[in-house]
Design a binder for this molecule. Structure first.
Ligand code: NAD
Length: 257
């Protein structure tokens, strides 16, 4: 049987360790037949080393999503490896320390602006940078953390994610007429480098595992990775502007019995 992503050409951002959600997505995508091109931020030699752990080594293009030159040159760099893109995964977030961990009332605008630039606006920037390579049937997927409620310690990253959810709907609106779908995967808490840098993140981890009807594995990045692959496949042809929760069902539940 052919893989779910047989013949698909995917651009996957956001690998920094083999715990990254993007790493799980890239590994699964290759196993399902996709040709994967990666982007890396800053520590390129590290990303290249991690890329060697994939089933098939994937090329790595440098991309800081806040750098307009990088964005402007992205399509040409991707074309050195593939002749177009069927899917793009945005798996990127960052917030300065002041924005996370409980100092919601004191984080300065400059820091909040950085969080929103890297974690929210960049979804639009990446989509626009990849558009010259995409056509009908294309799929753009981003990684979300449910932003319908305010959580302890997540603070301004929660605000950035609320903006990401809205950005995704506006992108779906803009790109739908071109046949391009835009969706988010809202993952539960996972022990990645980004999560470990949030002081007090363990608060979620305990409540999540207890409240999620399916239970929750803090180390199972593959669950979110599978949803990303499914959304980049041909199996969600009429779905856009959607948020698929991969959180053990936590978002649907009102309390712990
Ligand atoms: N880990 C969780 O609990 C969790 C839950 C839900 C959603 N998410 C989301 O998943 C996505 C991936 O995070 P992760 O948990 O795999 O952590 P991670 O630390 O492995 O990945 C975050 C990535 O963002 C990249 N990045 C940061 N600034 C960048 C910039 N300016 N340009 C380009 N790339 C940049 C980093 O290099 C890194 O690869 C993020 O959007 C995150 O918010 C994570």
């Amino acid at each position: 049987m052919a893989g779910l992503l047989e013949g698909k050409r995917l651009l996957i951002t956001g690998i920094i360790t083999d715990q990254s959600i993007a790493f799980a997505a890239a590994k699964l995508a290759q196993e399902q037949g996709a040709k994967v091109v990666l982007t890396g931020f800053g520590r390129l030699s590290l990303v290249e080393r991690i890329a060697k752990r994939l089933p098939e080594e994937a090329p790595v293009i440098e991309l800081d999503v806040t750098n307009q030159e990088h964005l402007d040159g992205l399509a040409d760099k991707v074309r050195e490896h593939v002749d177009g893109l069927d899917g793009v995964l945005h798996s990127i977030a960052f917030a300065p320390a002041s924005c996370l961990g409980g100092d919601f009332l004191t984080a300065p605008w400059e820091d909040v602006a950085t969080a929103v630039h890297v974690s929210t606006f960049s979804f639009k920037s990446l989509a626009v940078a990849c558009l010259p390579l995409m056509g009908p049937g294309g799929s753009i997927v981003g990684l979300d953390f449910d932003a319908t409620r305010a959580y302890p310690v997540y603070d301004w990253m929660g605000v950035a994610k609320a903006g990401l959810e809205s950005t995704s709907r506006y992108l779906a609106r803009e790109l739908g007429p071109r046949g391009i779908r835009v969706n988010l995967v809202a993952a539960g808490p996972l022990r990645t480098m980004a999560a470990k840098s949030i002081p007090g993140f363990a608060v979620f981890e305990d409540t999540w595992s207890k409240a999620a009807p399916l239970g929750w594995d803090l180390y199972d990045q593959a669950a979110a990775g599978k949803a990303c692959c499914a959304l980049m496949s041909d199996w969600f042809p009429a779905t856009t502007g959607e948020i698929v929760h991969v959180d053990g069902g936590y978002h649907a539940i009102g309390g712990v019995a």
